[in-house]
Design a protein around this ligand. Structure first.
Ligand code: XMP
Length: 319
């Protein structure tokens, strides 16, 4: 019978048979797929697993610390955290074109990942959170192994001279099976059922040039929005929701003081496949409450707008 328990037992047996006493490395993003691979590999081979977590400063509110708390502290997994916020901010300085920004983020990500993995001695396996839909998606590509550091890379493929072999324990599973596996392996429900987050992170949610100052403002607004979605029991009713930073200024008044500062847009969509999506008809009372909190609690924001564009023609992300 193909139950979650059986899938886990079977995967563990296969992983052990495949890697024996070898060392395995995994790029951990905090997303569902790589998290489930981490939990599964840890259960199968314990400290033969080392994870590399690239914290590029474009993650959500406290996300980097949460990933470390979860995997390193709670589960006792060996996780190397590369704190490379400054490197990414420098690489992105002055860059405004969305495609160029994506390429820079992908390139820097792979460079950091390569540098960290080069420091590890005697690792012969690279684990990846490839799931079945990824396999189908990349079947048409030239190499058929298009998902390197899955969800982060949007450029390139496996380095030609890579000496490591690939291990992809989720290759035959659909997303809902991966989620069930995650819960059964002890990952928190909130993490396993989190909305998707793009590899380039807040880099594509800060329009135009990316700056740390903008990322810090956006993180707070996004955090308030997501927190309230949970409180109002709306989070699971939307497929994806997030805030977007608009680098334009708008006038406001707070008390007697005039303010002239930034704008954020709130986005929420309902979709099955993320190929098409309808903007979520969130209640006005909810939007009013969130807008009030954001403007009152974040001094650098004077205005909040709600995105009422569906896909197509608009995409889900703004860049
Ligand atoms: P769009 O904006 O294309 O987004 O309608 C569809 C889904 O894909 C996610 N997305 C990305 N994920 N790297 C990723 O890993 C990316 O560069 C990227 N761009 C968009 C987006 O969040 C949505 O779920």
């Amino acid at each position: 019978l193909w139950t979650t328990e059986n899938i886990i037992d079977d995967s563990i047996a296969r992983i052990r048979a495949q890697v024996g006493s070898d060392q395995v490395m995994l790029g951990l993003s905090g997303g569902v797929d790589s998290s489930v691979v981490a939990a599964l590999l840890h259960k199968a081979i314990g400290d033969q697993l080392t994870c590399v977590f690239v914290d590029h400063g474009l993650l959500r509110h406290r996300e980097g610390d949460q990933v470390m708390a979860m995997f390193a502290e709670n589960m006792g997994i060996c996780v190397i955290r590369a704190d490379v916020e400054e490197r990414f901010m420098n690489a992105l300085a002055g860059k405004t074109d969305p495609e160029e920004k994506r390429k820079i983020i992908g390139r820097e990500f792979i460079a950091v990942f390569d540098a960290e993995s080069a420091k590890l001695q005697g690792v012969n396996w690279l684990a990846q959170g490839t799931i079945y839909p990824d396999v189908i998606e990349s079947a048409g590509s030239k190499t058929g192994k298009a998902k390197v550091i899955k969800s982060h890379h949007n450029v390139g493929g496996l380095p030609e001279d890579m000496k490591m072999s690939l291990i992809e324990p989720l290759r035959e599973l659909f997303k809902d099976e991966v989620r069930k596996l995650g819960v059964a392996l002890g990952l928190p429900y909130n993490m396993v059922y989190r909305h998707p987050f793009p590899g380039p992170g807040l880099g594509v949610r800060i329009l135009g040039e990316v700056k740390k100052e903008y990322a810090d403002i956006l993180r707070l607004a996004d955090h308030i929005y997501i927190e309230e979605l949970h409180k109002w029991d709306l989070y699971d009713k939307t497929s994806q929701a997030f805030a977007v930073f608009l680098p334009v200024k708008s006038v406001g008044v707070v008390g007697d003081a005039r303010r002239y500062d930034y704008v954020v847009a709130l986005r929420a969509v309902e979709t099955i496949d993320f190929m098409t999506a309808r903007w979520a008809h969130l209640p006005y009372e909810f939007l009013e409450h969130v807008s009030g909190r954001i403007i009152n609690e974040i001094p650098r924001i004077t205005r909040v707008t709600y995105d009422i564009s569906s896909k197509p023609p608009a995409t889900i992300e703004w860049e």
